[in-house]
Design a protein around this ligand. Structure first.
Ligand SMILES: [Zn+2]
Length: 914
């Protein structure tokens, strides 16, 4: 490679706009034994203005040969320069290329192994592995989003530079080749010349470049159909000993029948039936909702053992990790929900993202927020109405979003990010959950029917092209007649969200909006935004029925509304707003009483929102923590699972911050938690029953988990003995799906080395993916310092990047391990950083390890530690963790006396005070 004298680039993050790719012919030969691939890509280019420079993306590939053709002639390449840092190959031509068509042909090779320069890599074209009948089996797959297509083949690797793709794979016979499109033909390599057609010449050229050195026997060639116009990050292919399960989906628009398949290796494929059903059913629902036929003649999912994120929406070939797609029929509902949620999320992208794609990565939230809303609420609710997904969205996404966005270090949903290498930091709860929650708020405000109509208009207007946020708002505006861009502006472009402060007179309420920070110390300059807030005021009419006024938008700092305050009322009906509401203390008490009433005017979603608002606002000091505990105490007769989940989440939040409380306080806190959950354990028992409802099964899981975590002796003993059967006799029969994780965790927590080793054994050789995750959680749950040390070393030396987040989460949750995990993290930081840098997991690991601390000393220690580090690539998680600690410290300081006194008083009233 030579270095041109003039190698300066005008924009380090974006390719020059003088040339556009139109079509790629890609040939890839995969060698699963040698763990390497080689290939040849011929790219048809549209030269938009005369130029002697051609720039495209290449990373970590060895380039064998480059040819540039203009018309019939080969153009001399004077200089060729690969900038490894910018991941860009620049070619200088002898004579300038004039406007028109050109062809660039590059042959290249690269490693398939999971080690690129000593780092674990699950990006680009890489190798995964499994064990079948005691034999290790390799297979290969791609993970390109956001910017790793360039590691697999040279390309114009930006979402707006769309092209069509012809993909040809060469592989060993006996393996299966998969790609975005269906197979056009497949032949043994030795008989390729029999394959007539106009592709023969191009194929021959391609195969010649592979230098197979005569060893064609035992190899085959698979040619896939030409793809629609698409972005490079959505290209996918895979090769390996795959099997599949299959169903068919009939298009409600055209009647066309498409095969829907889930592929995986032999050891796991029998667990793919549920995901297959969900994919098959939701495909036709999406076609109806968007009123656009699915553009690809098939939909596949490949389930992979080594995959870093949950799943990836490659067009026509979704790839996901085993825990995201595999499940036993008997599994717990929470697990089924998660699997179905991932499946429907990825299928939503097949339209929203794949047909119409974001212009650049800074509007990633539009993709992810939308898929979150559709996948985990709208479509999931159509498929499984009994699951209550419309309501659980509040705990799963809205609360997550509000928690992160209540920190000073938060960022607007639409965040400028030119540097693709920093993108992994914005794949966070704001891009997925806040964006999803804001879209849900809009959808409720304009009605879901009109919202979806607007989305369909938007997609139809931008078919096979790219879009910005405003294009979506225009679509929804057209469907609703509302000025959606203006309503949404602050929610999308400004950081944070408001707390609405309510004051009352006899005939009205005054509502004032202020920016909310969980540290409770908003400064004047941080409090400038005026959001357009749908108030959704719930009132009770003359006949005692609840009525909700959905038309009111608070657009000023403060406004007054007529409300008869002698009757029940509540803001944010249905908890669809992305904000908190602060009521006067007397009203909170009244709301609690009204919510606990069996004929309550407030729905499940209202009760969930109420509990969260009071407990969260207590954190910032806007109300008292004891008011929140009193509200929970008032609601102890609650029947609905989701309200109990809110209660459990909030009490865990208290334990999280008061994790080093005195024995006396802990004893009172545990007694309080036990008083709430043990009656539920008694009601629902441990074993599944014929008569179980969906809600009942979930309540059983939750109640047993909370009772075990608060060390209820009878519950601990029951779970311990169930786990013991596994430890002693390899007997799984007492570990039931609904209480699987609790049984594993409690078994290890109350056990010793033998129990930990059992969990490890299950983790390494799991009978099901969910068992693997339960075992992983259990491996972080020991109280024994010696075992915690073993667990930490296991994380360091044996755990894959895809699992490390869950491991760090478990260790942080374990109060016996939290300090040691942090010390270990500091001692090994540089090694960990090298191992996981650039992975999706690393920012989470950093945050999870740090954010549980709640003393000033710990805050200073964490700050001091990072002062010596270059935090450029993980500044956001560090800032978020520091913010979390700051607010923990404040909450503890202003509420400790209040909390301790309330618990003592409660315990005395029960006669259980210690
Ligand atoms: Zn997604």
């Amino acid at each position: 490679m030579s270095t041109p004298a003039d190698s300066k680039v005008s924009d380090p993050y974006r390719l020059p706009k003088n040339i556009k790719p139109v079509h790629y012919s890609l040939l890839v030969r995969t060698d699963l034994d040698a763990l390497e691939f080689q290939g040849r890509v011929a790219i048809e280019l549209d030269v938009l203005e005369e130029t002697s420079t051609v720039s495209l993306n290449v990373a970590k590939l060895d380039i064998d040969h480059v040819t540039l053709l203009w018309g019939e002639n080969t153009t001399e390449i004077k200089e060729q320069h690969l900038d490894e840092d910018l991941e860009r190959l620049t070619l200088k031509t002898g004579k300038p290329l004039s406007k028109g068509r050109a062809h660039l042909v590059i042959s290249f090779r690269g490693p398939l192994g999971d080690q690129i320069k000593g780092k674990v890599s699950m990006t680009g074209y890489y190798r995964s592995q499994t064990e079948i009948d005691g034999k290790k089996m390799n297979y290969s797959l791609t993970q390109f989003a956001p910017t790793d297509t360039r590691k697999a083949f040279p390309c114009w690797d930006e979402p707006a530079l769309k092209a069509t793709f012809d993909i040809i794979m060469v592989s060993r016979e006996g393996t299966v080749n998969l790609s975005n499109m269906p197979v056009a033909f497949e032949v043994p390599l030795s008989r390729i010349s029999d394959q007539a057609g106009d592709s023969t010449e191009e194929l021959a050229l391609g195969l010649a470049s592979l230098k197979m050195e005569g060893s064609e026997a035992g190899w085959k060639l698979t040619r896939f159909q030409t793809s629609p116009i698409m972005s490079t990050y959505l290209v996918a292919y895979a090769n390996g000993p795959f099997e599949y399960v299959e169903d068919y989906s009939t298009s409600p628009l055209t009647g066309k029948v498409r095969p829907v398949r889930v592929y995986g290796t032999k050891d796991v494929i029998h667990q793919a039936k549920f995901a297959l059903d969900v994919n098959t059913k939701c495909l036709s629902i999406y076609e109806s909702v968007f009123d656009i036929e699915f553009p690809i003649p098939k939909l596949d999912v490949l389930v992979a053992h080594d995959f870093e994120s949950g799943a990836m929406e490659n067009w026509g070939l979704i790839v996901g990790r085993t825990t995201a797609y595999l499940i036993d029929e008997k599994s717990a509902i929470t697990l089924k929900k998660r699997i179905a949620g991932v499946a429907t999320h990825e299928v939503a992208h097949q339209w929203f993202g794949n047909i119409t794609t974001m212009e650049w990565w800074d509007v990633l939230y539009l993709n992810e927020g939308f898929a979150t809303l559709m996948g985990e609420l709208v479509i999931l609710d159509k498929l499984f109405p009994e699951w209550g997904c419309r309501m659980s969205f509040i705990n799963d996404h809205l609360e997550r979003a509000l928690a992160l966005d209540a920190q000073r270090s938060s960022h607007p949903i639409e965040v400028p990010c030119d540097d693709a290498k920093k993108l992994h930091m914005i794949f966070d709860a704001l891009s997925y959950s806040k964006a999803g929650a804001v879209l849900r708020m809009l959808s409720e405000f304009v009605t879901e029917e009109k919202f979806l109509k607007g989305v369909s208009l938007y997609l139809k207007k931008h078919l096979y092209s790219n879009a910005r946020t405003v294009d979506l708002w225009n679509g929804v505006s057209e469907a609703t007649g509302q000025d959606v861009a203006s309503i949404m502006h602050e929610w999308i472009n400004n950081v944070g969200f408001p707390v609405l402060k309510v004051t009352e007179t006899s005939d009205g309420i005054t509502v004032r909006q202020e920016r909310y920070l969980e540290t409770g110390d908003v400064k004047e300059d941080e409090n400038q935004t005026l959001w357009k807030v749908p108030l959704n005021i719930l009132k009770v009419d003359k006949s005692g029925q609840s009525v909700v006024d959905r038309s009111i938008l608070l657009t000023e700092r403060e406004s007054t509304y007529p409300v008869d305050t002698s009757k029940p009322y509540k803001l944010n009906a249905g908890t669809s707003g992305v904000y908190r509401v602060l009521y006067p203390p007397e009203r909170v008490k009244l709301l609690g009483r009204q919510a606990a009433d069996p004929n309550s005017p407030f729905a499940v979603t209202d009760r969930m929102g109420l509990i969260s608002d009071v407990m969260v606002l207590a954190k910032s000091g806007l109300c008292r923590t004891s008011d929140g505990l009193a509200l929970i105490n008032e609601l102890r007769g609650e029947a609905e699972y989701l309200v109990w989940q809110s209660i459990a989440d909030r009490l865990r939040g208290v334990l999280e911050v008061w994790w080093e409380m005195t024995d006396e306080v802990r004893s009172n806190m545990q007694a309080f938690i036990q008083s709430l959950f043990v009656p539920l354990v008694e009601k629902y028992g441990y074993d599944s029953r014929e008569s179980d409802t969906v809600d009942g099964r979930q309540l059983r899981t939750l109640a047993i988990n909370e009772a075990a975590n608060s060390e209820t002796p009878t519950v601990v003993e029951e779970l311990r003995s169930r786990f013991k059967a596994l430890v002693e006799r390899n007997d799984y029969s007492h570990i039931l799906p609904d209480i699987q994780t609790s049984t594993f965790v409690c078994g290890v927590r109350s056990g010793g080395k033998e129990e930990w080793e059992t969990a490890k054994k299950v983790f390494l050789n799991p009978p099901s993916p969910s068992m693997r995750r339960s075992a992983l959680d259990a491996m972080t749950a020991s109280k024994d310092p010696e075992i915690i040390e073993i667990a930490l070393n296991f994380m360091m030396n044996e755990l894959k990047a895809g699992d490390v987040t869950f491991f760090a989460m478990g260790l942080n949750r374990n109060r016996f391990a939290r300090r040691r995990a942090y010390e270990f993290f500091k001692e090994n930081f540089d090694t960990l950083d090298k191992r996981f840098e650039g992975s999706f997991a690393w920012p989470y690991v950093i945050k999870l390890t740090l954010n549980g601390f709640s003393t000033k000393d710990d805050l200073e220690d964490v700050q001091a530690f990072f002062e010596t580090k270059d935090t450029t690539n993980y500044s956001m998680p560090v800032e978020q963790a520091l913010d979390a600690i700051r607010s923990n410290v404040k909450w503890f300081n202003h509420s400790n006396d209040d909390l301790v006194a309330w618990l003592k008083q409660w315990a005395e009233s029960q006669g259980t005070s210690k």
